[in-house]
Design a protein around this ligand. Structure first.
Ligand code: GAL
Length: 406
């Protein structure tokens, strides 16, 4: 039997005497996501333990309340996904989550995890409570090349060209912008449009420096006006889930979608080739930056020493170089460590890796704001994008939502 890199690595890790089952909850149910999470399950099973898959359909907005109520209600799972940021902070503060500091020290997480903000997001009072698994940046524009080829115009190279050519796309009977109804999708699109229209400095002033004068000022008023025009481009986009919206682009019914780089997993599963069938524009083609969102696994306390050992084995495995490569190539995300070989990365991932190396990084919305603010703005922005709510009214409400998080 050929010894793969993974089995070679696992041979050097102490194998458990008996397989321990861990239920792992997550919201990775699209085609690309399922293919990626299968890599994690495969590696855990190959290491001698047993991954019991606890996928929850409906996206993070549906899954997180279920995960949290199971943990607080005395029915904890072995491990669970959350986004980088503050989603699990209250659970950690309540003493419900396993301290992984010994795993982090034994595996040099402080030295290998890049950017260090990912580990900072796992750290509460100097102790480490999560294992980051990827970097996902939400601000990408994904375009169907065929839609533009059929019209006979060049594929846009940035957001402004996308908006300028939208009437031609509409005249050809296609939907310019695919946008699903899950509230977080509208919040994500709004963040990306903010940077495209007002620039990165304005985004940072509002979200990092928390400058509420800038939030209430003319630059953001202009962003809301621009977003009010953009929502017309998505008027015919009647789908719920983000991957259904991606599918409109894959099947050339819609010209584009603003979505995180997890969309890449869907293009990949559909057999589409980056650069040939579709185009990806990080920072909407106007600003070469990434925000360092993504996913981490947390391990609720189970009060079971055998399970605890298995939880720690899984935490170490998720960060290991081999798992990082196998998982992230399928997920469309970037690895959380720089010392891995990503020669197999496609064009879009390569663009992401270049920006990561350039260091032009900002925190994700989930890092910048607490979950309550995020939820309030998701609800506001989905209403704004899916109705004719006045731009100034939405703007005022948005500023007051932000102020609740100061
Ligand atoms: C995000 C998550 C990604 C992706 C996306 C859509 O919250 O970080 O991994 O799966 O949701 O489900």
């Amino acid at each position: 039997m050929r010894l793969t890199k993974l089995t070679a690595l696992l041979a050097t890790v102490a194998m458990p005497a008996m397989a321990t089952e861990l239920e792992v909850t997550h919201w990775w149910t699209s085609g690309g996501e399922a293919a990626a999470v299968a890599e994690l399950a495969k590696a855990f099973d190959a290491s001698g333990d047993k991954w019991v898959d606890g996928a929850i359909a409906g996206g993070g907005g549906t899954a997180r309340p279920i995960m949290i109520s199971r943990i607080t209600g005395g029915d904890p799972m072995g491990a669970t996904q959350f986004n980088h940021g503050q989603q699990a902070l209250e659970l950690v503060e309540a003493g419900l989550m396993l301290d992984l500091t010994d795993v982090a020290e034994a595996n040099n997480w402080k030295e290998v995890i890049f950017p260090s903000t990912l580990l900072d997001a796992c750290t509460v009072d100097g102790r480490i409570y999560c294992a980051p698994v990827n970097i996902h940046s939400p601000e990408w524009l994904w375009l169907s090349n065929k839609v533009y080829e059929d019209i006979g115009i060049p594929v846009p190279t940035n957001w402004n060209e996308f908006v300028e050519t939208a009437p031609q796309v509409e005249a050809a009977g296609k939907t310019p912008l695919a946008l699903g109804n899950q509230p977080w999708q509208s919040n994500l699109a709004f963040g990306a449009i903010t940077v495209a229209v007002a620039g990165l400095d304005v985004w940072k002033a509002v979200n990092v420096e928390k400058n509420m004068d800038v939030a209430a000022g003319p630059e953001m008023a202009a962003v809301f006006e621009a977003a009010a025009n953009v929502r017309k481009l998505a008027a015919n986009s009647n789908v719920q889930d983000w991957n259904q919206a991606t599918n409109l682009v894959i099947t050339d019914q819609a010209a584009g979608q603003i979505m995180g780089d997890w969309a890449q997993g869907e293009f990949q599963v559909a057999g589409e080739v980056a650069g040939q069938d579709y185009t990806c524009l990080p920072g909407l083609g106007l600003n070469a930056y990434l925000s360092t969102g993504g996913d981490a696994f947390y391990f609720p306390k189970l009060n079971d020493p055998e399970k605890e050992e298995a939880q720690k084995r899984l935490a170490a495995l998720l960060v290991s170089p081999e798992v990082q490569v196998a998982f992230n190539l399928k997920k469309g995300s970037l690895p959380i460590r720089g010392d891995v070989d990503l020669a197999a990365a496609n064009d879009c991932m390569k663009k992401g890796l270049e920006i990561l190396a350039s260091g032009n990084l900002v925190p994700s919305g989930d890092m910048a704001w607490n979950p309550d603010v995020q939820k309030q703005n998701e609800d506001l922005l989905v209403e704004f994008f899916k109705s004719d709510m006045a731009a100034d009214r939405a703007h005022a409400q948005w500023v007051s939502n932000l102020k609740t998080g100061l």
